[in-house]
Ligand binder design. Sequence first.
Ligand SMILES: [Zn+2]
Length: 563
Amino acid sequence: MRFTLLCSFLFLLINQSIAQKMDWSGNTSPDYTSLINYYKQLAKSNKRVELYCMGNSDYGLPIFLCIINGAGDSLATFNKAKKQTTILINNAIHPGEPDGVNACASWIEKELELKYTANSPVVAIIPAYNVGGMMNRNGTSRANQNGPVEYGFRGSARNYDLNRDFIKMDTENSFTFSKIFHALNPDVFIDTHVSNGADYQYTLTYISSLKERLAPPIASLTYDKLLPFMNKELQMVPYVELKGDTPETGIVAFNDLPRYAMGYASLFHSISFTVETHMLKPFPERVKVTEEFINVLYKWTRNNSEKIEKARMDAENWALDQAYLKYNYAMSDLSDSITFLGYEASTPVHPTTEVARLFYDRTKPYQKKVPYFNHYQALDSVKTPRYYVVSGKEIEVIKRLKANEITYKTVDTSYQVNGRVAIVRDFTSLAKPWEGHYKHSNTKVDFVQEQLIINRGDLLIDAHQFKSQFIHAALQPLTEDSYFSWNFFDSYLQQKEYFSAYVFIDKIDEILAADPSLKLSFEERKLKDVEFRNSEAQQLDYLYQNSPYFEQSYMRLPIYFID
Ligand SMILES: [Zn+2]
C-alpha cells in the first residue's frame, strides 16, 4: 500500500496546529485540522492506533483512515482487515451531522482503556469523509438542528451530496472511499448521520438494508439475530420516513439504493447501517447514543465473527447462483405493526401565517402501535450473463470498475462471439439536474442476440466473482443506479447522421429487393397503419432505420452480455 505520499503533506498541516485535548461530550465538534491533528497525536501515543492517508478529496486535502486492532504496519493491517472480521465507520459525509465524528473519537478513547483481545474486530474509522464540507464551517445550515454550535456544510467542495455518489463517482472522495472499502473488505459498515423530519421521543434511529434486496444469509443474520439483539440493548426505532404527515399514519422502510453509502456496501454483502440521530435532541445526547450504537454493534461483531464470515461467504455463493437480477423494488401495501414512542400532533392556526401548521406536543408523549411498511418487492428482473464485455473506449466506466477492483481481462486479439447487445428503445430523463445528472429512468431495452465483434482493448469481465452484485448493478442498463441511468452512455442516445428524402427515395426499391423480410414488414405496416401509409417521411424513416445505411451505434450500448 502506498499511503505515504499525501502524508508528507499532512505533516505540514499538523505542525502548524497545536495538539489539544478534545472534549467529545460538549456542544462542539472539531474542524478538519483539529480533528486530524487529534488522530495523529493518538496514533503517535498508542500502538493500537494507526492512521493512514488514503487519498484525495474534492477539496484537495486528504481523507484519513484510523484503524484500531490492526497489525502494526500498513500491509499487515490491511491484510488482517481483509481476512478477519472488520468494521468500517464513515463520519461527516454530511458534515452538518457530526455526531459520529465525536462518537467515534470518544468510543476509541474508551476502547483503548480496555484490554485488547485476540478476537477484537479490526475497527476502521474515517474521521472526516467530506473534507470540503468540513472546511465550510457555519452554525446555520442545519436550520432545525439542536447543536453543535458550529459544523460543516452538507455539500462537498464541488457541491455534491457525497451520499448519492457511490456508483456515479463524480468526486475524488468516492474514488478514495472505494480504495478504503476494498482495502478493508469490511464485514460491517456504519455511516453516521442526523435525521430531519418528524418529532418523536427517540434519539436513536437506524436504517438497515432492505431485506428483500439482501442475499438471504445476510438478511437472516441481520433481521433474525443482530437487530433483535440491538433492539434489546438500545432504545431505537427504524428511521422515521413518513407514509403521511405524522408517524401515526405509518413509517416506511428506506430503500437503500447503491448510490448511498450503505446500499453500496450491501452490494459487497457487508452488514450495513446508517445511524440517524434525531435533530431536535441536544448534540451531546445524540453523540452518546451514536457511540452506544457503535459499541453494541462492536460487541456483537466480536462475539459473532464466525457467523458473519460464514454468512458473507454463503451470500457470495448465493449471488453467483442467481440467473436473474431483481430490480425496481417497490414498497408493498403490507405493513407490520411496531410500538412507537411519539408525541401527539395537532394543526393549530399560526398567528403570522394565519394557516394551519403541524405541531408536535412534547407534553403529550404516547406509546402506540404504528404501521411499519417494511415489505418491498422487485417489480422486474433481468437475466444475468456469465460475462460482460465493456468497450475499451469507455474510459470513465473503466476508471470506476478499476476503482472498485473488479477482476477483468483486457482483450488482446479481436474475435467474434455470439452474445447479446442492449438496444435502448425508450427512457425518460429528468428535466432539471439532480446531483449533477439528468438521470434516466423508465428505461426500455431490447437485448438482441448477435454475432458480436469483441475488439482488442475491450474489457472481458467474468460475472462469477465476489463483486458480482456491484457489476450487475452498474452494468445492467435497467437497474435503478446503473451507469446508463447516470448518463455514462448518453452519447449513444443521439443519432449522428440523417438522409435527404428526395435522394433516399430513389434507393428504397433497391433496399426492399435486397431484404425480403423488410419488404414483407414494410408492406404489412402499410396495410395496417393508415398514418404510415399516407406519410412519405414515416415510410422513408422506417426503411432508412432498417437498411444498411443506418448507423450502428445509435441507441446501442457499448456493453455486451455473453451467456
Ligand atoms: Zn445525513
